[in-house]
Design a protein around this ligand. Structure first.
Ligand code: PLP
Length: 388
């Protein structure tokens, strides 16, 4: 195990040093192999070291890696056009991370308000949400614990309960300009709202001239069994953000917009030195085309259902299990007790997973997961819960 004080201690003690990855597996510096049910926190949908992605990055690195956003590049145009054709969004701003994609969305919301003469453009976000660690996205986040110690936060945010349409309808505030919401709350504990939640939010936004901004940083790129989670419904957002699985490990985020939201940012209003450079854009293009060519979104839906059913069959009446929920390759098993220690116990059994919201075991497996891999995950997780 590698230990050092040279890295700022923002993540606490890290027990494993991982040195290699291939498809569903990771290896540590002791030569131990782990089945990956976390995908670098919903990032490596194609698994590790996918040959098409390795080849694409290598080729692009030897051709053109970075030139700034003062010039056009073919990879960024190609990726933007592909995203447009896959989502019905009209244009895109590329960033380096999820938080920055949400920053762009929040800037669109504020300028959309300012352009109409609204003095304190205000964005509604949800309790239990997670939108990032920058100051604006931290303020937007609906989890007081991650905000502790960072006052003063920003003005212009209202938080309401997730999946509570009446709470949104009850807001009587002429400064509101937008709603920012995750279609499934990931960090909040894999919280899945009612089927009509997004449609109801869409209707409220249409009625009140608010922007509907979906944070699909975690749910995007096939994770829930559609390319984007809003595609399980008939609605389309005004702003759509994503990152994580888009780059499969390359640092890229995207803030997409349509209609009135697509016209808000003008030259000079926003920018990024690295954002959307040819290396990450060619990689992300390869990720999206590989998801399609290898039918991995269908696989996420099918094997995700298989996992959910497997857990339900094995654990439904378990005294320590409160609730089992999932959508595609986002699975949460909420226990009746805090269970952070299961992360280490799972690694000891050769499985990498995560615990979120204190008591929810979270699985975010690669979209290439097979039913045989799923069987192993179910086996080990059931053992862990039985041994608690
Ligand atoms: N939004 C959601 C829904 C997320 O899950 C995350 C990260 O977990 C973020 C935003 C922030 O993304 P990043 O860590 O890439 O800044």
């Amino acid at each position: 195990m590698v230990t050092t004080t040279a890295l700022m201690n923002t993540y606490g003690e890290r027990k494993l040093t991982l040195v290699k990855g291939e498809a569903m597996y990771l290896w540590d510096d002791q030569g131990r192999r782990y089945l990956d049910a976390l995908s670098g926190i919903a990032v490596c949908g194609l698994g590790h070291s996918h040959p098409k992605l390795v080849a694409a990055i290598s080729e692009q690195a030897g051709t053109l890696m970075h030139i700034s956003n003062l010039y056009n590049t073919e990879p960024s145009v190609r990726l933007a056009e592909l995203l447009r054709s896959l989502t019905a969004m009209e244009n895109v701003f590329f960033s380096n991370s999820g938080a920055e994609a949400n920053e762009a969305a929040l800037k669109i919301a504020r300028k959309y308000g300012n352009d109409q003469g609204i003095k304190t453009p205000t964005v509604i976000t949800m309790n239990g949400s997670f939108h990032g660690r920058t100051m604006a996205t931290l303020t937007a986040t609906g989890n007081p614990k991650v905000k502790e110690g960072f006052a003063p936060l920003l003005d212009g945010f209202i938080h309401v309960d997730y999946n509570d349409i009446d709470a949104v309808k009850a807001i009587d505030n002429d400064q509101v300009v937008a709603i920012l919401v995750e279609p499934v709350q990931g960090e909040g504990g894999v919280n899945i709202p009612a089927d009509d939640y997004l449609c109801e939010l869409r209707a409220i936004c249409d009625e009140r001239n608010w922007l509907l901004m979906l944070d699909e940083i975690q749910t995007g790129n096939g994770r829930t069994g559609e390319l984007f989670a809003f595609q399980h419904t008939d609605i389309v957002p005004d702003v759509l953000t994503t990152a994580k699985g888009l780059g499969n490990g390359l640092p890229i985020g995207a803030c997409m917009a349509r209609g009135k939201a697509a016209e808000v940012l003008k030259p000079g209003n926003h920018g990024s030195t690295y954002g959307g450079n040819p290396l990450v854009c060619h990689g992300a293009y390869t990720v999206l085309t590989t998801l399609q060519e290898e039918r991995l979104i269908e696989n996420a839906k099918q094997v995700g259902n298989y996992l959910l059913l497997g857990f339900q069959q094995q654990l439904e009446n378990h005294t320590k299990v409160k609730n089992i929920r999932g959508k595609g390759m986002m699975i949460g098993i909420e226990l009746t007790q805090a269970c952070a220690e299961l992360v280490g116990a799972a690694a000891d059994k050769g499985l990498l997973l995560n615990v979120t919201a204190g008591s929810t075991i979270r699985l975010l497996p690669p979209l290439i997961t097979s039913e045989a891999d799923a069987d192993q995950m179910i086996d080990i997780v059931c053992q862990l819960i039985n041994e608690l």
